[in-house]
Design a protein around this ligand. Structure first.
Ligand SMILES: [Zn+2]
Length: 506
């Protein structure tokens, strides 16, 4: 760099970018709210936010990394998340929207804002809370401030939801192995806009199709090809182009539930709309295949099949209680305990009371507990669990698996109960097991077990597809069933959305 360049570089003020994250996938059918206290337990703010999320596979991690590579000054506000659980309480939403606006107001000069949101956050009084978040940010900062957003692939959005943002970007994959890169795509758009290289135009088209989460995995055809094509088209484009296919989240009963396609171009609204409509038409054409009524097992037939696979010398087998929404449903747990299935592990059953009782009894104690099944009337009811406590105490760690790599996982007070055949871990903070951290944290190894009972929808695939002999999807009557027509929707426009009617997109 010559002297002139050095002068310019040192004299031009660093770009100042505010970053914040507020994410939740709200299961509106569950009446138990996700509370302010729960969001607070996992919150990071100020400088600690940057330290905690730098280099992690999260939307905000990707934003931080890109800001640092650009030598921008990051103004960290807060980052918190409520998992996929009952709706965010209005109290929690009011608290965090208040802090977001306050943080932006007090930030001083800003050049841009990067937000990491989910897109399926609902509260009892807000069916599209992320839209309100963006509109209130826009109202505060004015029309000229660039606001760029990363969203989850399971976002329920329409054109109005994102109208207040300059551009939005969704994860391409489920399991969400590209959350960090999605944050980078959002930050890349912001920096290129600030440098005058592009003038982002963002359009959204909805095909009018819904899919159960279990079939939103992007490793399954025909989604796999649709997503791969959209990525290839963006990469090959001569001009700036970014395509996000969103599957939506079918367990949120909201008017804009379901798939959306978002296309960002530089200044070319006509091209963006043409591309979005093309992918939307593909989704409509593939609607039946997307909702594959593939083989889903009952509890009994799933366990019986798993036993046959193990008897044939193939292990471990994943039994997937995918309809569970709160990490506490007990349909498989009850049956594996009744059958005393050997070498079986049921990780991360969320039950703060039972976990506390086992922790109080202490390592080595024998306990007789009533666990799980309390989150809703569809969760299966509590199950009696008798055994020896082999771990008792708080657990906090950084995820080592390919999903959410590096993210801090806090389970709170946690106990492991060994019944002599089945091993169950009880957590105080709801967390979904997606890799073998749920074993290694307690000194266990995957090869000690033949059967592992999981509750993840797609994220577990990033780790378990490689290491398991078979993955058996077990359907239970909880709030996340494979058959969407069994759910009591009130706000989804059932006369216009597949699988309830022929799709009428917009
Ligand atoms: Zn998601």
């Amino acid at each position: 760099m010559d002297v002139c360049d050095e002068m310019t570089a040192s004299n031009s003020p660093r770009l100042r970018i505010a970053v914040a994250g507020f994410l939740q996938e709200s299961v509106t059918f569950i009446s138990e709210m996700t509370t302010l206290e729960q969001f607070r337990q996992v919150e990071a703010a100020g400088a600690a936010l940057i330290e905690r999320y730098r280099g992690t596979n999260t939307g905000i991690g990707g934003m931080i990394d890109r800001c640092e590579r650009e030598n921008a000054e990051i103004v960290p506000i807060f980052y918190t998340f409520g998992g996929a659980a009952g709706p965010t309480s209005d109290e929690a939403y009011d608290h965090y929207i208040g802090r977001l606006l306050e943080g932006l107001r007090g930030a001083g000069r800003l050049d841009g804002i990067l937000l990491d949101l989910h897109g399926a956050l609902a509260t009892p009084s807000r069916l599209d809370a992320d839209r309100e978040t963006l509109e209130r940010v826009r109202a505060l900062v004015g029309a000229d401030m660039p606001v760029v957003v990363a969203l989850d692939y399971h976002a329920n959005i329409d054109q109005a939801s994102i109208a207040a943002a300059d551009a939005v970007f969704g994860y391409h994959y489920s399991p969400h192995t590209d959350m960090g890169p999605t944050g980078e795509r959002a930050a890349d758009c912001l920096f290129r806009k600030l440098k005058g290289e592009i003038d982002p135009v963002c359009v959204l088209v909805k095909p009018g199709v819904m899919v159960p989460s279990i079939f939103s995995a992007t490793g399954l055809e025909p989604l796999k090809s649709i997503v791969a094509r959209s990525i290839a088209e963006s990469e090959k484009a001569a001009a700036y182009l970014d395509i996000s296919v969103f599957a939506g989240f079918s367990y949120a009963d909201v008017p804009n539930c379901g798939f959306s396609v978002v296309v960002v171009t530089s200044g070319d609204r006509v091209a963006a709309l043409e591309i979005a409509k093309r992918y939307s038409a593909d989704i409509v054409a593939m609607r039946e295949a997307l909702n594959h009524k593939e083989l889903v097992y009952s509890v009994e037939s799933g366990i019986a099949y798993a036993k046959r696979v193990v008897a044939a010398g193939r292990r471990p087998v994943v039994l997937l209680e995918h309809a569970d929404r709160m990490n506490d449903s007990t349909y498989l747990l009850r049956e594996v305990l009744r059958q005393q299935l050997p070498r079986t592990v049921v990780p991360y059953v969320w039950d703060p009371k039972a976990a506390a009782a086992a922790v109080a009894a202490g390592k080595g104690a024998t306990v007789d507990l009533s666990v799980g099944g309390h989150s809703s009337d569809r969760a299966g009811g509590p199950v009696r669990l008798q055994g020896k406590v082999t771990h008792a105490g708080r657990i906090t760690y950084r995820a080592t698996g390919p999903y959410f790599t590096g993210r801090l996982v806090e389970l709170g007070e946690t106990a492991v109960i060994d019944t002599g055949s089945v091993v169950v871990s009880l957590t105080s903070v709801a967390s979904t097991a997606v890799d073998d951290d749920c074993l290694t944290q307690f000194g266990q190894r995957l090869d000690q077990f033949d059967i592992i009972v999981l509750r993840s929808k797609t994220h577990f695939r990033a780790f378990f597809e490689r290491v398991s002999a078979d993955i058996l999807i077990v359907d239970t009557p909880d709030w996340g069933p494979a058959d969407l027509t069994t759910l009591p929707y009130r706000y989804v426009p059932l006369d216009r959305v597949y699988p309830f009617a022929e799709p009428q997109g917009e």
